[in-house]
Ligand binder design. Sequence first.
Ligand code: ADP
Length: 384
Amino acid sequence: MKGNDAHELVSQQIITDVLIDSIGDGAITTDEHGNVTRINPVAVKLLGYPAEEVIGRWFPELFTSFDENGVQIPLIDRPITRAFVSGQILSEHVIYRHKNGSLVRLAITISPIMVGDVTAGCIQIFRDIGAEYEIDKMKSDFISLASHQLRTPLSAIKTYAHMLLDGYMGKMTKAQTKSLKTIVAAANRMNDTVSTLLNISRIENGSVISERKVLALPKLFDAIIEEHQLSSSEKSINLIVNYPPAHVKLISDEVILKEIIGNLVSNAIKYTPEGGTVKLSAEVKANQLIIIVEDTGVGIPSESHSNVFSKFFRAENVIRQETSGTGLGLYLVKGLINELDGEVWFESEEDKGTTFYLSLPLTVELSSALKTKAKPKVKNVTAK
Ligand code: ADP
């Protein structure tokens, strides 16, 4: 090797070392056999092993990986093995054992280093998500507890208010009837919130059951529009519907789909000022049914776009206007559309409007379309 080349190589090496050391996340590189070649200070801190105890050791043996139940993951299923075998970049959550014996929950991206067709090693970048996981678990536990605890007293309130209204306990005066109607309306709103919470906890514990059949889409669209007629006319919002082409046969779950579209239409009305327009339409593109909910409303600020489907998220512009909301509707939409093997995304510009898109596969084998997901037996997805 010429002097210049050797010099070049050494300086490249130094640049790589500095780069890896200065990454704010943990970083470990391995050679083509999976032996550790570098570990940066953040990784040393996260896993507890000083560099001298790690360099040259076989990664899979040094850092054992566990599943959610604390069971060790076999070598063949580990992300590092899969990245080596497939040559693909993988991003996953993993649990490694810290040197002190505790388990560390990490979000990890493993990138194989490819030289031509050959995997010459890999680089793993990871960050600690233990705190995020705990917070998320607390939110889920809270939602589950709140929804189950609220359900029983709420149905008692609704039942007795209806009995009073219907005169089972004597004739009500005008003033009493008016008050009772307010109680029933408030209980119905609360019931919708509890239903959303219950559905979220079902999604989170995997107990949503979908019953798929060929859907009458125009009828479904009509039912959704009818449910939102009152709220839109109260704000003089022009509610437009364009039906899907007549030949389209979608095999899906009617109740779940109604809940999803209903949520989007309800948001579109809620976040569109008086006199605006909300349009529900559908089209077919590449074997997908695309359902579109479009509004001329307040829009979603661009800096919030990445958070829109997060639990409890509400954008600054709507919080300022103090419109009521829980920030759970879109989280639920995302979870439910996943259950139907579909996708949701949106485009939005502040003060111009928002368009939400749903895509659902049209060509589904009947056998899999009619499958009933294995776990649990609850099905109560009511519109928002
Ligand atoms: P909620 O409406 O109860 O606040 P969602 O989960 O349905 O909760 O929506 C989350 C947030 O996304 C809303 O608070 C709002 O900031 C934003 N958003 C949703 N839909 C729209 C829309 N059509 N136009 C403008 N902002 C929207």
